[in-house]
Design a protein. Structure first.
Length: 317
């Protein structure tokens, strides 16, 4: 088996993992910029090396056999560690004192982390930090495969987190807001009165929408009028400011508008909508001193704690 594994290229493993994750040979070919027969040949070659079929089909979707699941778990680990090593060696050769790639769900990456990261940059001005803002599923996938060192995100209630360390760091508060120039909703609504408001919300089927619906369902609220749907909190916020409807938004994303008086809060007595935010890391990943320092400072900031402001300990930082 040792000689068998040594003959398998990382590229074949990357192709196989992407086929599994996308559930499609054609989509994998398109993503990687190669011909579909090449993708099929790589997966077939892997199956021949292991002497067992690795994939099957359920309808049009590629599925894994029992042997395929074992190979996929192993291959994903190999690919993740290889990508991490490549990034670390490239950073070393380019002379970075420290580098980190942080994943974040939309609201956190757009409204919360920029300020915290700017504060950290004052401590380590020669470090380089990249923030990848995406959906919770994309963010956790990036952590899994080594494209992000760690991430802060909300999670879909059905989210698969196998192979990840997931720790709650805070709760984000969802509040109901409307334009200060409109009379939508007044200033105070019961849960039963909420149902008839014209709502602006995230697109149907997205994790953000499902989390919102999950929170409202706890209070028996089922909205009857969805006026508009958008893919980002900023778009929702602008539509609300224009007076098109009301929206449940994270308090952190509308704090400036509330302070400026362009948006107002509609009180919902008896309802408290809180969404957990999690720190996500790949199990077994070794973080550098720079990455650990960043992670600790961001976690403190998200919890509302004062930054440590400790002196740099890395040479040249």
């Amino acid at each position: 088996m040792r000689s068998l594994i040594s003959q398998i290229s990382i590229h074949k493993l990357e192709v196989f993992c992407l086929v599994v994750e996308l559930g499609s040979f054609s989509r994998t070919a398109e993503r990687m910029g190669i011909a579909q027969p090449v993708v099929s040949a790589h997966v077939k070659a892997l199956a021949e090396k292991f002497g067992a079929p690795l994939t099957g089909r359920t309808g049009r979707k590629v599925t894994l056999t029992e042997e395929g699941q074992r190979v996929y778990s192993w291959a994903r680990e190999i690919v993740s560690r290889t990508r991490e090593m490549e990034r670390e060696m490239a950073d070393f050769q380019r002379g970075f004192v420290g580098k980190a790639t942080v994943g974040a769900s939309m609201t956190l990456g757009s409204y919360v982390l920029p300020g915290l990261i700017s504060q950290f940059h004052e401590i380590y001005p020669k470090g380089e930090i990249s923030v990848r803002v995406a959906t919770p599923v994309s963010v956790t996938d990036a952590v899994h495969i080594g494209d992000c060192d760690f991430a802060y995100t909300i999670l879909d209630p059905r989210h698969e987190t196998a192979g990840l360390e997931v720790d709650k760091v805070m709760d984000e508060e969802l509040i109901l807001v409307a334009s200060s120039k409109s009379n939508i909703g007044g200033s105070n609504l019961s849960s039963s009165q909420l149902t008839k408001l014209p709502f602006i919300t995230a697109q149907s089927g997205t994790p953000r929408r499902e989390i919102e619906e999950h929170c409202l369902a706890r209070y028996g609220v089922k909205r009857e009028h969805i006026a508009m749907e958008f893919g980002h909190a900023e778009s929702i916020k602008q539509a609300v400011r224009a007076g098109a409807g009301a929206a449940f938004l994270f308090r952190s994303s509308v704090s400036d508008e509330l302070d400026a008086g362009t948006l107002r809060v509609i009180m919902t007595p008896g309802m408290e909508l809180r969404v957990p935010v999690y720190l996500v890391k790949r199990r077994g990943k070794q973080l550098s001193h720079f990455q650990v320092s960043l992670m600790e400072e961001l976690s403190r900031g998200l919890k509302g704690q004062e930054p440590l402001r400790r002196a740099p300990t890395m040479e040249g930082a």
